[in-house]
Design a protein around this ligand. Structure first.
Ligand code: 5AD
Ligand code: SF4
Length: 449
């Protein structure tokens, strides 16, 4: 019911799948809907509207969406004819890739909205409510989206994501991103700085710049000139209050010497880099259309370590790409052994319809992929554990994010993105020196030094 002093009060629940770009988009959708009276519900059960912000990258992620739609439909039916309504909205990359299919297969869905169209959510929801609206919005104008999103963002905590670039023109043969997120596009430097300053003014101390190919950023400044990604980082580092900058995900091809050098020059740029390599075999990298070989990757890592010896590296790897022989996989293991990663994500190759690799000869049997994944993960887990163990005895600057599990405890992040729990009163937003006394697979513990 409408209230005299504002929009009707309704609740919204967003389920986010996939990458950090989706996490960012979910936050922006929530902000966009707040003026319409939507506050966040704790779960779908209590919500008047549920948005599934979906991921299309691998088969499993996509299948989850359809089973979740079924679950929500049942939940809505259980509320009965007199119960509250529940709008079901599908957003994100599955929406982009399979929009029409979703509407056909899942009539329970009220609205399908792609990642470049969600700035139109308020209008589309209003139209859908009048029963005469479009149910499918999957246009591809990223520029328009960033122009139309609210300028002022509400910060939530000491760390925030900031999307600077979207889309991809690399066309790796296994990947759906160039089709779901569209062509590579950079936001203007001016709008990024405005958003960053607004977040810093609200107490944000750490920014993670996001983009599918974040280091391909080439947005225009207010002066009309095209800015490099390094220039953007240097300018962001001048913002008072911001203590830490990070970025993801990078493509090796865009790791310019300028950007590598910046890792040795800019103290606010954290010594941690997620740099996907995908495979340790040049033959497979070529079939993947990665546009870099192992030599290029090795040389980037060498240069980074020369300017910032403590830099921690993270990566993505795929096993069982079509045509991957046992010898290729051994080369992947050898590369991992040689580089030494602080953390990594390993995936079984997933055949995505419409991508070139899906039609390639030499698809690898599921059992073989599974075995390779386990072997690779064993090595990666051991490296992650060893990296965490190597911090014991060091004093690390920790950005305090909140209270720890127990009274008198705080938790935060190390420069290397490790989660740290330590004994100290939580002074949220401060960067405190912490002596590391313990390490596990996923976190460190210590006491304030
Ligand atoms: N199969 C398996 N992994 C994939 N990725 C992207 N597409 C696929 C696919 N078809 C992985 C890549 C990428 C990460 C985000 O997901 O490693 O870097
Ligand atoms: Fe996908 Fe390759 Fe683009 Fe990364 S660089 S988003 S893996 S096509």
């Amino acid at each position: 019911m409408a209230e005299p002093d504002g929009p009707p009060r309704r609740t919204l629940h967003i389920e986010t799948y996939g990458c950090q770009m989706n996490v960012y988009d979910s936050q922006r959708m929530a902000e966009l809907l707040a003026p319409l009276g939507y506050t966040q519900a704790g779960s779908s059960k209590d919500a008047d509207m549920v948005i599934l912000n979906t991921c299309h990258i691998r088969d499993k992620a996509t299948m989850k969406v359809f089973s979740e739609i079924g679950r929500l439909r049942d939940m809505r039916e259980e509320r009965g004819p007199d119960g509250r309504e529940m709008k079901i909205i599908v957003a994100g990359c599955v929406a982009q890739a399979e929009g029409a299919e979703i509407l056909r297969k899942a009539p329970a869905v009220d609205l399908v909205i792609g990642p470049q169209s969600y700035h139109r959510l308020p209008e589309l929801i209003a139209r859908a409510a009048r029963q005469n609206g479009e149910r499918l919005a999957t246009d591809f104008a990223a520029e328009e989206k960033f122009d139309e999103l609210p300028k002022a963002r509400k910060a939530d905590g000491v760390s925030a994501f900031l999307s600077v670039q979207e889309g991809c023109d690399k066309f790796c043969t296994f990947c759906v991103v160039p089709y779901t997120r569209g062509a590579e596009f950079s936001r203007s430097a001016g709008s990024i700085l405005e958003e960053a300053e607004g977040l810093a003014a609200q107490g944000v101390r750490e920014l993670t710049l996001l983009g599918q190919n974040v280091n391909a950023f080439h947005g225009r400044g207010r002066d009309g000139a095209e800015w490099s990604f390094s220039r953007l980082i240097r300018r962001l580092a001048e913002i008072e209050g911001l203590a830490r900058l990070r970025y993801m995900t990078s493509h090796p091809l865009e790791m310019t010497d300028e950007l590598i050098a910046l890792h040795g020059e800019e103290p606010k740029l954290m010594p941690y880099l997620h740099l996907p390599v995908q495979s340790g075999s040049d033959r497979i990298l070529n079939a993947m259309n990665r546009k870099h070989n192992i030599g290029v990757y090795r040389s980037i890592v060498g240069k980074l370590r020369a300017v910032r010896p403590d830099i921690a590296l993270s990566t993505d790897l795929i096993v069982g790409f079509p045509g991957e022989k046992a010898a290729d996989f051994e080369e992947t293991l050898a590369l991992v052994r040689e580089i030494g990663f602080a953390s990594a994500f390993a995936f079984k190759y997933s055949r995505r319809p419409g991508t070139p690799a899906a039609a390639m000869q030499g698809q690898v049997a599921e059992a073989e992929k599974h075995e390779r994944l386990l072997r690779l993960q064993d090595m990666l887990f051991a490296q992650q554990r060893a990296f965490n163990d190597s911090q014991v005895g060091r004093v690390l600057p920790v950005l305090i994010a909140g209270r720890g599990r127990m009274a008198g405890q705080a938790h935060g992040r190390s420069p290397y993105l490790q989660s740290v729990h330590f004994e100290a009163p939580p002074e949220i937003g401060a960067v405190a020196p912490v002596r590391i006394t313990g390490a596990s697979m996923n976190s460190l513990s210590g006491t304030q030094a």
